[in-house]
Design a protein around this ligand. Sequence first.
Ligand code: NAD
Ligand code: UD1
Length: 332
Amino acid sequence: MNLLITGGAGFIGSHFIVDALKKNHSIVALDNFSTSNKDILVKIKEASGKDFIFYEADISDKSKLREIFSTNEIDLVVHFASLKSVTESVFNPILYYRNNVGGSLILLETMQEMGVKKIIFSSSASVYGSSHLSPISEECSLNPISPYAQSKVIIEKILNDMTTCKHDFKALNLRYFNPVGCHESFLIGESSKKEPSNLFPIICEIANGKKSHLSIFGNDYDTHDGTPVRDYIHISDLISGHISAIDWLNSSKKNISSINLGTGSGYSVLEIVNVFNSFLDRPIQYEYSPRRPGDSGIVFANNSLAKSELKWSSTQSLEKMCKDSWIWHSKD
Ligand code: NAD
Ligand code: UD1
């Protein structure tokens, strides 16, 4: 298919482009490089052995989007472009609503104008909030507790409304749990311009001496070791879910709007630290600190819808997730 990828220079977008090119999809990608670096473009070509069209563009720039849609044939949009820091969104909600919601509206308006009727949207497990018992299924209520998560809920609702009122419009929200790891080529991985705030990149920064120790946010949760449990998913598994979602969107007649992408298994912070320690030369130093506001004790996915609809399941072990993350970050 002819795919337009927004946020194609980012962590997930870049991995998606490599695998989509390998599957012989034609790729047009755009990014404004607000959180990513231009050198990723060469790496994507190297890792895939293929070429693609790229525009430096913002999803809020309607005239540029019109140019992109009218110059290239596009069958489906995979929409990764977004700001994604929960903490930053709490300090600057307008930025998040303008960039994520405002930008998506302009993208959707232009798609409508140009007759493009299929979209896969990067949503997040954060739409569920912190009150559900895991495993969390797609039927659970949405209780976003940050402007970032709320921006995802709003875009999901806009897409649901569009599919309801226009019967030939098809959209699928993929709700990611915690993506980690890097591409099998080790040419691309997570490399944001921003300070890392997620567990895996922070552990890797401690391992390569950039940080002294890990603050574990809480050891008084109702989990087997008191530290919070999450559903970490290897980036290669997350991407294979997207490749399956393209086929699903083309063939399924079912009225399903959102699908979880998680492994269905949860691991605690201490378990993650122990896996890293099993192959690192020096153990990760850590101390316990208070709970991070907005965190839950246990979050992992019910992924039965992904299994039954997308014919997808995760394949990569926790050890591989930790090792790949470390190999990628140790190159810094
Ligand atoms: P990322 O920050 O690495 O990539 C996002 C890309 O979008 C960046 O290259 C950035 O420059 C670009 N971008 C942002 N605003 C833009 C705009 N207005 N116009 C054009 N480009 C713009 O993030 P990622 O980890 O690759 O995440 C991709 C998507 O997945 C995002 O929508 C994110 O919210 C969602 N998501 C990510 C995670 C995760 O842990 N990585 C978890 C759940 C959901
Ligand atoms: C966070 C976001 C979520 C987003 C996801 C991926 C919050 C509340 N949630 O999820 O919306 O979709 O990232 O970008 O920010 N931890 C520590 N010490 C650290 C860092 C993390 O103990 O220095 C713990 C956290 O408490 C958590 C686990 O490690 O229990 C994973 O944290 P993180 O990688 O930030 O992901 P989430 O909080 O699950």
